[in-house]
Design a protein around this ligand. Sequence first.
Ligand SMILES: Nc1ncnc2c1ncn2[C@@H]1O[C@H](COP(=O)(O)OP(=O)(O)OC[C@H]2O[C@@H]([n+]3cccc(C(=O)O)c3)[C@H](O)[C@@H]2O)[C@@H](O)[C@H]1O
Ligand SMILES: Nc1ncnc2c1ncn2[C@@H]1O[C@H](COP(=O)(O)OP(=O)(O)OP(=O)(O)O)[C@@H](O)[C@H]1O
Ligand SMILES: [Mg+2]
Length: 247
Amino acid sequence: MEKQVEKIVQWLIEQVEKAGVNGLIVGVSGGLDSAVVAHLIKRAFPDDSLGVLMPIHTSPANMTHANNVIESCGINGMTVDLSETHEILYSQIKTKLNDKNEFREKNDQLAGANLRARLRMSTLYTLATNYNYLVVGTDNASEFYTGYFTKYGDGGVDILPIVDFTKQEVREMAAYLGVPAEIVSKKPSADLWEDQTDEDEMGTTYDKIDAYITGEEIPEKDKEIIEKMHRRTAHKRDPLPQFKKKK
Ligand SMILES: Nc1ncnc2c1ncn2[C@@H]1O[C@H](COP(=O)(O)OP(=O)(O)OC[C@H]2O[C@@H]([n+]3cccc(C(=O)O)c3)[C@H](O)[C@@H]2O)[C@@H](O)[C@H]1O
Ligand SMILES: Nc1ncnc2c1ncn2[C@@H]1O[C@H](COP(=O)(O)OP(=O)(O)OP(=O)(O)O)[C@@H](O)[C@H]1O
Ligand SMILES: [Mg+2]
């Protein structure tokens, strides 16, 4: 693990040099993936790394976890509360839709949730411009394969240091890096609505996804769920479709 971490840290330094910027920034949620990334970027840039807490009606427990991450790695921290911004923008959009009688209740939760992720992305890029930093993504291999992220939300980033590691590998890396134990053992959640857990929403487990993408056999039912997610989200990984004047 030590070698692996050293390699990632070196890679982060190279990315910053190549881009000609000053450092790195990440959103810190109190979850596992961002805890690992915060620790990694602090190692790469002790004086030029920033972890940003962006609560949107976030639970006190998650805020405590996020603050514990900032403390455990000693990274510079900042909190930008987006609760009111989210409320104002989403209710303005909903008012417009309701005026036209076109508001679709069944898409309400997902639309509001994806807006959270995109407000966080906008906040990170605003800060990145200020400091001349790159925005670091927290996607792991399991999330990337299944497309379990918001396009241009938490998926809207400059570099992906842990995208080649399964959730289990990220958990092992977290323990090695000194991420607080309660975060290492916590259930993965996008916190996009109350009591959301990734595994409930996906209908399969990270253990199964990890096993599948590393070539192990898993039950047919889980294979189908994972392959369906992978197919449905291909557009998030592929280059943008571009109309060409000439073929
Ligand atoms: N074939 C296609 N070609 C090009 N674009 C296509 C497309 N199909 C949809 N689209 C576009 O993509 C949009 C749908 O994608 P997207 O907006 O991402 O939304 P979608 O994939 O529907 O939802 C995001 C999922 O990621 C999960 N998530 C989000 C954020 C964080 C985390 C976490 O683990 O922390 C998880 C969330 O719980 C939810 O299940 C559509 O509204 C449309 O604009
Ligand atoms: N409240 C928040 N404040 C700051 N960033 C956030 C917040 N919520 C989500 N994010 C950003 O969105 C990313 C995607 O969330 P995701 O839940 O996949 O990762 P995580 O919370 O770090 O780990 P886990 O998947 O184990 O919950 C986070 O890693 C973080 O960068
Ligand atoms: Mg989370």
